[in-house]
Ligand binder design. Structure first.
Ligand SMILES: [Zn+2]
Length: 148
């Protein structure tokens, strides 16, 4: 998978392996080889010790919703019918909730919350972040309701 399938702006990066994880269905964080700090989104250069070596660790499990909002003019790749008219299609103006969940250990993951109206979201809800490949081949991170 090309990084541009995840980010519209970044095409070349030292954390290219992040999208390989997405392609396998895994969210990856970086773990600094010098100080052990785990960071998401992954950082090739540690913000704690400025180390430049890192390894990948999977971000798994369920997090707690700490904040959310709605995007009213959604990116084209959030449009489910891919008619090609987005972002100015009628769907483009339907609110799309996005949120941030805090995982065990404190990592925070932002994602789209599809299929849910923002009015039904509450801080403290349990949501699981996971990659989702969209019909146009791009990939995004979604926050899905936790089982049980
Ligand atoms: Zn470090």
């Amino acid at each position: 998978m090309e990084f541009r399938d995840f980010s519209l702006l970044i095409r070349d990066t030292k954390v290219h392996g992040f999208v390989d994880g997405l392609e396998r269905g895994e969210l990856l964080a970086s773990k600094c080889s010098s100080c052990g700090a785990i960071q998401y989104p992954p950082r090739s250069d540690c913000s704690h010790c400025f180390g430049t070596e890192f390894e990948w660790v999977a971000v798994r499990g369920v997090g707690t919703l700490v904040s959310f909002t709605s995007v009213f003019v959604t990116p084209e790749h959030f449009t489910p019918d891919f008619s090609g008219s987005a972002p100015f299609s009628t769907y483009g103006y339907q609110p799309a909730p996005v949120g941030i969940v805090e995982m065990e250990g404190g990592l925070r993951v932002m994602g789209w919350i599809p299929g849910v109206k923002a009015e039904s979201l509450r801080v403290g809800m349990r949501l699981a972040p996971r990659p989702e490949v969209l019909p146009d081949g791009r990939v995004t991170v979604v926050l899905a309701k936790a089982e049980g």
